[in-house]
Design a protein around this ligand. Structure first.
Ligand code: PEP
Ligand code: MN
Length: 361
């Protein structure tokens, strides 16, 4: 074979490559159209029967020289790439995504503008235990000019024999304390059946880590017109977290605050591993405000301050931490709640940190 023949054949290969490229892109465009129809119909994108049919058709027409195994392999890659494209399109279409809405969502609660660029704070006890207990904490929070208080009345506990919370009575105590010091109530609801009774006594519904994929609860809080603070599940990927938020917005409620609260890893030094990089990822991927719960992520009082500094420095819209008048006798999370004096010092240190680094306050 002469050098000229070789050049000609190479040119032919180049031309065939370009034809293949044009054809697989044409195919991808058609698959995208199919994806849109399937999305409208709510049909699953992956259809193994259809894939089998296409492979059989190729087999019937394969005259070689490529063997069938190779043809199957090449076409399966082509099928997969088109499926990935459909998934990418669907991700772009998520209502919580930045691609869908580029501006930050700002949530106003009791005059506090969450997500507008300055950090907000949610403090309060792990659980409501008595009127006196929540009133003391509310006084300390209100004294700092803060606007939000947290406290669990329905507690999702690991053991059924642990304190389960005071229920609606506890929530009423929290609301009374909050009203006295002009605070809004953030509290966890664990089942849709509690929602109606609890709604008059709360301002922000918390969906806890254990319920991040309780889809019926997500749909239920998606139908109220109060903000929802959605915590990341302890074994949830960021993608699953975002999809959980999508359940809420898809049901009609766009007032969602995401809360990173640590994930379970092999590390034992902390209660969970604070996934700090989740904050900028969530801020990039979604338009929602992002909080960091430093209490449940670290599970350590000595880490509450550095974790909060890290959260603010990396761009979180707020920090949640637990405060109890006497943590030693707390009925839950005794090891990591701050007492009132520690709370004062903590808050002062955070304010100093923000001034020192000229962070927006
Ligand atoms: C809480 O905030 O009270 C709580 C139980 O946290 P998590 O759901 O993150 O464990
Ligand atoms: Mn707690």
């Amino acid at each position: 074979m002469s050098q000229l023949d070789l050049e000609q054949l190479r040119e032919k290969v180049d031309a065939v490559n370009l034809q293949i490229l044009s054809l697989i892109n044409e195919r991808a465009t058609v698959i995208q159209e199919i994806g849109k129809i399937k999305e409208k119909q709510g049909v699953n994108r992956y259809d193994p029967l259809r894939e089998r049919h296409m492979l059989n058709l190729l087999k019937d027409h394969n005259n070689g020289p490529l063997d069938q195994k190779t043809v199957d392999h090449i076409f399966k890659e082509i099928f997969k790439s088109a499926l990935d494209l459909q998934e990418e399109d669907q991700r772009k279409a998520l209502l919580v995504s930045r691609k869908k809405k580029s501006e930050d969502t700002v949530i106003t609660v009791n005059g506090e503008r969450i997500g507008e660029g300055t950090p907000s704070f949610i403090f309060g006890p792990c659980a409501v235990e008595s009127q006196e207990q929540v009133s003391k904490v509310a006084e300390a929070i209100g004294g700092k000019g803060l606007r939000l208080i947290r406290g669990g009345a329905y507690k999702p506990r690991t053991s059924p024999y642990d304190f389960q919370g005071l229920g609606l009575e506890g929530l009423k105590m929290l609301k009374a304390a909050a009203e006295q010091y002009n605070l809004a109530v953030v509290t966890e609801i664990v089942t849709p059946s509690h929602l109606e009774d609890a709604l008059p006594y709360l301002d922000v519904v918390q969906v806890g880590a254990r319920n991040m994929q309780n889809f019926e609860l997500l749909k239920a809080v998606g139908q109220i017109n109060k903000p929802v603070l959605l915590k990341r599940g302890m074994a949830a990927t960021i993608d699953e977290f975002i999809n959980a938020a999508e359940y809420i917005i898809a049901s009609g409620n766009d007032q969602i605050i995401l809360c990173e609260r640590g994930i379970r890893t092999y590390e034992k030094a902390t209660r969970n591993t604070l996934d700090i990089s989740a904050v900028p990822i969530l801020k990039q991927e979604t338009h929602l405000p992002v909080f960091v719960d430093v209490t449940h992520s670290t599970g350590r009082r000595d880490l509450l301050l550095p974790a909060a500094k890290a959260a603010i420095a990396i761009g979180a819209d707020g920090v949640m931490a637990e405060v109890h008048p006497d943590p030693a006798v707390a009925l839950s999370d005794a090891a990591q709640q701050m007492n009132l004096q520690q709370f004062d010092e903590y808050y002062d240190s955070l304010m100093k940190f923000m001034k020192q680094y000229e962070l927006k306050m």
